[in-house]
Design a protein around this ligand. Structure first.
Ligand code: UN1
Length: 514
């Protein structure tokens, strides 16, 4: 791992000042440190200095200056810079994926997949940089023209969670950048090294192009003060926050109080419906990947399986068999399917949820044990868990960020399964497995899934960057990534131009001064 730390310029020794290793060095002495322990082997990888309120103020000032430079560059110019950043990521995909895996615990495959998401969004954003277009309307007035255009917002604040320490920042920062914004990223305190690595790759592009500092910024620190400063600061035009529903509610309140804009991508409690018409040979692997991928710590992880009674026993048996074949261990060893959870408190949350599930009549069919892996006594490895439970149990309405899959039965028509699926506070991702057109289209129709993502014969996780990503209800209502999500990062302006010799008023109003 030492090599990786060097490769990404997370300079040796024990202390890394976020502002120095990111972009800016204000020469302060930082005493408070964040320890980044790997959940893979329990080792301390590095310590990172926490930013202070003063660091925040200076960074925002720098970002404000850079904003004037950046918004005056053409969008295709900005797109080309982002293309170069994508190339940096291409060259470093394996290494950055490895750092993600080591610091966060997901499998190396998934770490590389996460970097690939940012490469893809860079390509997408570059194309977009020639397409940030508005509509043209017909004016009701003769010799008048009306159209709309989109301008940058200014400074975009980005708050991200530990589970996608690179990709979620990437969607936001890269889109914000081609739209002409500068950004300020507050990553999770659990994965500071991944964010430093990203910033140092960006810095190479800054140097190669002689760009000023302050276009893409990183600030590593605690919720108090850094998170609070960011959400309450009028200079931050938009806050895009990814994380728990509780965190999102706080962000929304702070930002709304000052009438700022926000994008929220919060908790999910994603279900897959298996109807009697499901092709189980495709469904089972999708369910297993959805439930155990990233050790159940994706916001799109499959948490609930709603299975028709006619196939329930068969599904149950196939899942137990599949779970028995899963390899759990060092996520850098590519033969393993699942690595550790992020930390011991995540393991405690999992065990608490399981004991609540048992109290509500849940039957553990597989797993749910803390594992000692290859001499690493990190306490972070668990066996993924299958629980058979009634859909009315209250625990299934909660998002537990762990590899627990609740198996629930429905006996009637599809409507019953959809009702069970929608009967949770969250509304991020959902899926149905069926080869029946009637079922598939009803699931996607107005009486179907109430989630922001609804898939047919595809699992709940692993969404592509080209679509709008996000969900309804407690998921927060925001959308990020593809489609027309760029519009959230810009302000819309309606322009009306009179090119005639008269100055008529709209609505036919007469206002004669003669
Ligand atoms: C998240 O878990 O916060 O759809 C993001 C997926 C990934 C992104 C997940 N593309 O699973």
């Amino acid at each position: 791992m030492e090599n990786l730390i060097d490769r990404f310029g997370i300079s040796g020794k024990s202390v890394n000042l976020p502002l120095r290793t990111g972009q800016q060095d204000f020469g302060d002495i930082h005493n408070d440190l964040i320890d980044s322990y790997s959940p893979v082997d329990g080792k301390l990888i590095a310590q990172v200095a926490k930013a202070s309120s003063k660091d925040y103020e200076r960074l925002v000032e720098l970002a404000g200056e850079a904003s004037i430079y950046w918004r005056n560059k053409s969008a295709p110019f900005r797109g080309d810079i982002i293309r170069q950043f994508g190339n940096q990521l291409r060259e470093n995909k394996d290494a950055l994926g490895k750092l993600v895996s080591y610091e966060m615990g997901k499998s190396w495959q998934e770490g590389k997949g996460e970097v690939q998401e940012v490469i893809d969004i860079c390509d997408f954003a570059q194309g977009l940089s020639r397409q940030l277009h508005g509509a043209t309307m017909h004016s009701e007035r003769f010799e008048h023209r009306m159209y709309e255009q989109w301008h940058p917002l200014g400074i975009v604040g980005i708050i991200t969670a530990f589970n996608f320490p690179v990709a979620v920042w990437g969607w936001n920062a890269v889109l914000a950048a081609v739209c002409g914004n500068v950004s300020l990223w507050k990553p999770s305190e659990k994965t500071p090294l991944c964010s430093l690595a990203c910033l140092n790759l960006w810095k190479k592009v800054v140097e190669a192009n002689n760009l000023p500092e302050g276009i893409i910024n990183l600030i590593i620190g605690d919720v108090d003060p850094i998170g609070h400063l960011l959400t309450n600061d009028k200079k931050i035009s938009l806050v895009s926050a990814t994380g728990s529903t509780a965190m999102g509610k706080q962000v929304a309140q702070s930002v709304s109080r000052r009438l700022g804009k926000y994008i929220l991508e919060l908790g999910g409690n994603n279900a897959i419906i298996l109807t009697p018409n499901a092709d189980l040979s495709n469904a089972i692997p999708s369910v297993v990947f959805g439930a155990v991928g990233t050790a159940g710590q994706r916001c799109t992880s499959t948490r609930r399986l709603i299975v028709h009674s006619s196939i329930f026993r068969q599904v149950e048996a196939s899942l137990v068999k599949a779970y028995n074949s899963l390899k759990i261990g060092n996520p850098l060893d590519e033969k393993n399917h699942m690595g550790p959870l992020i930390d011991k408190s995540a393991v405690d949350n999992m065990l608490n949820a399981l004991s609540l599930a048992r109290k509500e009549g849940g039957e553990v069919l597989f797993g749910g044990k803390v594992l000692d892996i290859g001499g690493f006594s990190t306490g972070c490895y668990v066996s993924p868990c299958l629980v058979k439970i009634n859909h009315q149990a209250s625990i299934v309405k909660e998002e537990t960020f762990a590899p627990i899959l609740y198996l629930m039965e429905y006996t009637g028509e599809l409507e019953e399964a959809i009702k069970i699926q929608n009967n949770v506070p969250q509304g991020l991702s959902s899926a149905i497995f069926t080869l029946n057109l009637h079922e598939a289209e009803n699931f996607l129709g107005p009486n179907g899934s109430d989630c922001g993502l609804a898939n047919v014969n595809i699992g709940t996780s692993g969404a592509e960057i080209g679509g709008a990503f996000g969900g309804e209800k407690d998921t927060g209502g925001g959308r990020e990534s593809g489609s027309d999500c760029w519009k959230y990062y810009m302000r819309r302006q309606t322009n009306t131009i009179n090119y005639g010799k008269e100055a008529p008023l709209a609505q036919g109003i007469k206002f004669d001064l003669s």
